[in-house]
Write a protein that binds this ligand. Structure first.
Ligand SMILES: Nc1nc2c(ncn2[C@@H]2O[C@H](COP(=O)(O)OP(=O)(O)OP(=O)(O)O)[C@@H](O)[C@H]2O)c(=O)[nH]1
Ligand SMILES: [Mg+2]
Length: 324
């Protein structure tokens, strides 16, 4: 049973019929993880598969939420129901921005959009499972596109962004931001660049840096293979300039993915990553229990008696579980 004591299928049914409170409850279950979360994710998986997933990533404070708010507005004007998942970094330093984000985005949000932030609560494994599950739920209940906002700092965030159908990387003028983004591995995952805060000095330099890096091929070989070059858009998201262009670029990239067949590759990539994460978590979380079984005890003995090494013991145990 879940905390709300409502059966999962019932919650799911009312979320499907557009009940926002039920959708919120399902997302809370997902966030908590465990078997119940897997049940919800399983139900969602059956109905998902039509939403376009857009990753919006970039340094803290670069304007991701402000831009996302603009995009929500534009999408809703053209009849799209947008869902936003703001993945909060677990760092207490940036934690204060969460509320601000929500208020800013909520100002622009109406009935036809759903905004949710999700915290890592310190365990990255939780995020690795909760984000794809949340995407599936939004998708299943009819939101399209699903926007994932992440701070592009850690590997998990880059992974989340990298498995979106379309990844928007936000950079700002000054302090070699474009170069920093390159170092963080963000250029490789970018399908669209937005130079935000273009009202500030140095915006053209940032644009030039990005063009140069694109010319030098610091971006994945995708460009040659598919004839797609990530556009660079200048934006002032406070005023809304550049957001129409960003929307067009997202639609253009979606079209490109469909025509080139790459959309299937991206979807497969996302599923592969989820299964891989789940395997790692499954194996990892069972490691301690396995050591308490006969198999574990026998191998520990063998290591203690110096018959086999710890590395050999671990391999023997894992192989024997996999062949079970
Ligand atoms: N001058 C200027 N300020 C902007 C622009 N876009 C956003 N801001 C401001 O920059 C600050 C950060 O904006 P957010 O949208 O919260 O940035 P964020 O990337 O979502 O921040 P985190 O989620 O905390 O990483 C806010 O004070 C915004 O008002 C812009 O185009 N120009
Ligand atoms: Mg934000």
């Amino acid at each position: 049973m879940n905390s709300s004591q409502e059966p999962i299928p019932q919650l799911f049914k009312s979320a499907l019929s557009g009940e926002r409170r039920s959708l919120g409850k399902l997302l809370t279950i997902i966030e908590r993880g465990g078997e119940t979360a897997d049940t919800v994710a399983g139900l969602a998986h059956q109905k998902a598969g039509s939403a376009h997933v857009v990753g919006v990533t970039g340094a803290p404070g670069s304007g991701k939420s402000t831009l996302t708010g603009r995009l929500i507005d534009l999408f809703s004007k053209t009849g799209y129901k947008t869902a936003v998942l703001a993945v909060d970094p677990s760092s207490p330093l940036t934690g204060g921005a969460i509320l601000g984000d929500r208020i800013r985005m909520d100002d622009l949000a109406g009935e036809d959009c759903f905004i949710r932030s999700m915290a890592t609560r310190g365990h990255s494994g939780g995020l690795a499972l909760a984000v794809p599950a949340a995407i599936q739920i939004f998708d299943a209940v009819g939101y399209n596109p699903v926007i994932i906002e992440t701070v592009g700092v850690g590997q998990v965030e880059v992974d989340v962004a990298g498995t979106a159908d379309t990844t928007v990387v936000v950079v700002t003028p000054g302090m070699g931001d474009a170069v920093q983004a390159n170092k963080a591995g963000l250029l490789e995952v970018a399908d669209i660049f937005v130079v935000n805060k273009a009202d500030r000095p140095g915006a053209n330099d940032a644009r030039r840096d990005l063009e140069l890096m694109l010319d030098l091929g610091h971006v994945s070989g995708l460009e040659e293979k598919t004839g797609y070059r990530p556009p660079i858009i200048m934006a002032n998201s406070l005023e809304g300039t550049g957001s129409e262009e960003t929307l067009k670029a997202i639609k253009g990239h979606a079209e490109h993915l469909k025509k080139s067949g790459s959309i299937k590759i991206r979807q497969k990539q996302r599923i592969l990553m989820e299964i891989q994460n789940r395997i790692e978590i499954l194996i990892g979380s069972n490691a301690k229990e396995v050591l308490e079984t006969d198999l574990g005890i026998a191998n520990i003995e063998a290591v203690l008696n110096r018959v086999i090494s710890p590395a050999e013991a671990a391999k023997l145990i894992v192989n024997s579980i996999l062949n079970d």
